[in-house]
Design a protein around this ligand. Structure first.
Ligand SMILES: *[C@@H]1O[C@H](CO)[C@@H](O)[C@H](O)[C@H]1NC(C)=O
Ligand SMILES: *[C@@H]1O[C@H](CO)[C@@H](O)[C@H](O)[C@H]1NC(C)=O
Ligand SMILES: *[C@@H]1O[C@H](CO)[C@@H](O)[C@H](O)[C@H]1NC(C)=O
Ligand SMILES: *[C@@H]1O[C@H](CO)[C@@H](O)[C@H](O)[C@H]1NC(C)=O
Ligand SMILES: *[C@@H]1O[C@H](CO)[C@@H](O)[C@H](O)[C@H]1NC(C)=O
Ligand SMILES: *[C@@H]1O[C@H](CO)[C@@H](O)[C@H](O)[C@H]1NC(C)=O
Ligand SMILES: *[C@@H]1O[C@H](CO)[C@@H](O)[C@H](O)[C@H]1NC(C)=O
Length: 636
């Protein structure tokens, strides 16, 4: 407060102070003094436009500047009043485009002609609009029928379009010193389904993590197996049975899948081995689960092609306007995009003659999946119109409204200006006016005046809840299929082996019986197996291991039953009663009495009783099932 009051007092006291601006410097140029050319009511047009420059310079220079310029500007203003200009332009919606009226007059529209119309009002000239035969900017190597040709040959006074300022064209035209804007060419492509396209299940870990998990899965089983055996060897402990390699591997895999195993080790060190793997798996799976959740819910939306380098490395087909800034930036040796020149030669780049952006979008991007490169205002208008159209087709589904996505990183950046013929003096007159329009933001406003202020179809549509689609679960389906296929293959090989084995077994059985070598001697178990058996007998039974082959002897072969003690030829003896029986082979011997054999009913069953040469009786059952049935019904 004190300072405020002090200021008031000071101001009151200073009423008596001499006015600061009383005495002007003698050489100061007072504008507007006898300047009838620029009445104050005329708005932004006055000589002060040229004062923008002198601010940066010493006053002595600016004075000479202004004095030399003012008469010139005034003379030019006089000269252009009522003149008729020919203005060339390009079809470059929405920045500049033309329309052919029914009476044959072409009128220019778009931002460029809004600017030109403003200049026209200021400088009181008239103009007609002409377009080059081809809708191209042109370059020294692409000169015919181009805009550059019209300007260089001075058939037009001015090219009113947003022309990117390219190095090669500088030799033929004079670019306006005021840049209208910095053109940004953007890529438009089909919106990818979702950023986690199918690879979602693998996303939580990097490639090398997966590889190492696989390696540890394969390695840990054998390691545990070796360590258990080593321990058993060193301690001679009989309690802890050494698990087989298969069991160890199965344990490792089961633990990884969090499924557990029936192995329950007794020795502490073995338990520690197992627990270590479990801890590893616990941490690994919690990381996986947590990261997968985060990935599915928070993952950023990413486009497949974000920069020029993506296009280049992935050899993506792209399309741009014929004769536009992008084409020359690629074709010219020292321009910024010349590294894409190789793609033109390999037909990855298409330059479309079609000026209808909607057509290009539908024909190239939607149908063929190309990337469309176009400058930002055009793309925004194009996508907005597309959005409005799709909104009429389907009202509520946001994904249907925005089938395209824009990359954020510009493909190419170039300053864009109007162009004049070399040596033209219009630039001197127009450029200060253009500078004012640019600096006040009017040009920027005009280029986006047709658009809503909200961003149209942003990269991340957001707001929509992410439900897992079949595409995200593709991986699981593949795993299922692969698992079943493998199981099927293994199953068939099992069947095959079983069949082959059973045939071999049957042959062996028939000739020698189980547990005998072809020489008739009993098979000695290998040293390994004997050690195994010793351990088994100590502990009862191997966990889960099949014990049939080892402990339980199979029943003796059928023939050997009738072999016991006799040294004669068994076969002959068997044949005898049959050869002399009444009904051979049918087993119907009832009532039949044959040489050497007597039919007897013993325990309700029919037997043939034979007598051996050494006086022993042998019983042969005859139709015992029917006999049993008979007895059952008889006694009941
Ligand atoms: C103003 O008029 C005087 C005399 O007519 C002339 O000498 C002077 O150069 C003029 N000033 C400007 C800025 O034209
Ligand atoms: C501007 O240039 C045209 C020719 O391009 C010439 O006729 C005219 O006199 C020039 N105007 C001024 C003020 O120099
Ligand atoms: C514009 O030029 C026309 C034709 O030369 C002339 O009749 C008219 O008075 C001029 N208008 C202004 C405002 O200078
Ligand atoms: C053509 O029509 C437009 C408006 O309809 C008119 O302004 C223009 O003067 C006409 N041009 C000619 C050559 O008749
Ligand atoms: C531009 O025109 C001049 C003559 O006016 C000519 O010499 C020159 O070759 C032209 N430029 C190009 C690139 O053809
Ligand atoms: C490109 O630039 C290099 C070095 O800046 C220069 O030597 C070469 O002549 C240029 N090539 C063209 C076609 O302008
Ligand atoms: C552009 O092409 C689309 C589809 O091909 C068509 O519907 C539209 O009318 C065209 N626009 C213009 C201005 O020709």
């Amino acid at each position: 407060m004190a300072t405020g009051i002090e200021l008031l007092v000071a101001a009151a006291l200073c009423a008596a102070c001499p006015p600061l601006n009383e005495q002007l410097p003698t050489n100061l140029l007072q504008l507007g003094q006898n300047d009838s050319l620029y009445p104050a009511t005329e708005g932004p047009i006055d000589v002060e436009a040229t004062d923008a420059e002198p601010v940066a310079h010493p006053p002595e220079d600016s004075l000479a500047n202004i004095i030399s310029k003012n008469p010139k500007l005034r003379a030019m203003h006089d000269w252009i009043g009522g003149k008729h200009l020919r203005i060339a332009t390009l079809e470059d919606f929405p920045l500049s485009y033309t329309q052919l009226l029914e009476n044959g007059t072409r009128i220019g529209l778009g931002v460029s002609f809004q600017i030109i119309n403003f200049l026209k009002k200021k400088f009181n000239f008239t103009y007609e609009v002409v377009v080059p035969q081809d809708n191209i900017i042109g370059s020294p190597s692409d000169y015919d029928r181009s805009l550059i040709e019209m300007v260089n040959s001075s058939t037009v006074d001015l090219a009113a379009a947003f022309i990117p300022s390219l190095a090669d064209q500088r030799s033929s035209v004079f670019y306006s010193t005021t840049s209208l804007d910095e053109g940004e060419w953007i890529m438009v492509m089909q919106r990818p389904r979702e950023s986690a396209s199918g690879s979602g299940l693998l996303a939580p870990f990097e490639f090398w993590v997966w590889i190492l998990i696989l390696v540890s899965l394969l390695a840990v089983g054998p390691i545990i197996y070796m360590l258990i055996i080593l321990r058993n060897r060193l301690t001679g402990d009989g309690q802890q049975t050494p698990y087989s390699l298969g069991h160890c591997a199965w344990f490792v895999y089961g633990a990884l899948m969090k499924q557990g195993s029936t192995l329950s080790p007794i020795a502490d060190s073995t338990r520690l081995l197992f627990a270590t793997w479990w801890i590893f798996i616990t941490i690994l799976t919690s990381f996986y689960t947590a990261n997968l959740t985060a990935f599915l819910t928070l993952s950023k939306f990413t486009l497949p092609y974000n920069t020029v380098n993506d296009i280049l490395t992935k050899n993506k087909h792209f399309v741009s306007m014929r004769g536009g800034g992008v084409e020359y930036a690629i074709r010219t040796t020292n321009e910024s995009l010349s590294m894409l020149n190789r793609m033109i030669q390999n037909n990855y780049a298409v330059f479309s003659d079609e000026t209808n952006d909607t057509y290009n979008l539908q024909n190239y991007v939607e149908k063929n999946g190309y990337v469309f490169v176009r400058d930002r205002p055009a793309i925004q208008v194009m996508l907005y119109r597309d959005y409005l159209y799709r909104k009429t087709v389907s009202f509520s589904d946001e994904k249907v409204h925005c089938p395209f996505a824009m990359a954020k990183e510009p493909f190419l950046k170039k300053i864009r200006t109007f162009a004049y013929p070399i040596g033209s003096n219009l630039s001197l007159l127009f450029d200060p006016e253009l500078l004012k329009l640019v600096e006040s933001g009017i040009v920027k406003h005009l280029s986006s005046s047709e658009l809503p202020s909200a961003e149209i179809c942003p990269q991340d549509l957001g707001g929509t809840e992410r439900q897992l689609r079949n595409g995200d679960l593709m991986m699981t389906y593949y795993i299922m299929l692969a698992g079943f296929a493998t199981a099927l293959v293994v199953f068939t090989t099992e069947l095959l082996f079983r069949y082959v084995n059973s045939r071999q077994e049957a042959n062996k059985w028939a000739r020698h019986g189980v547990g005998r070598t072809p020489n008739g001697q009993s098979v000695a178990p290998s040293r390994w197996l004997r050690g195994w058996r010793r351990l088994n007998s100590g502990h009862g039974q191997l966990l889960g291991a099949s014990t049939h082959g080892q402990n339980v002897t199979p029943p003796p072969p059928y023939q050997s039953i009738f072999n016991g003690g006799s040294h004669g030829d068994p076969l002959n003896r068997w044949r005898r009663p049959l050869a002399h029986g009444n009904a051979i082979g049918n087993g119907v011997l009832l009532g039949g009495d044959s040489e050497g054999g007597v039919r007897r009913l013993i325990n309700g069953r029919d037997y043939m009783v034979f007598r051996n040469p050494n006086g022993q009786s042998q019983l042969v059952p005859v139709r015992s099932p029917s006999a049993a049935l008979f007895q059952y019904s008889y006694t009941e």
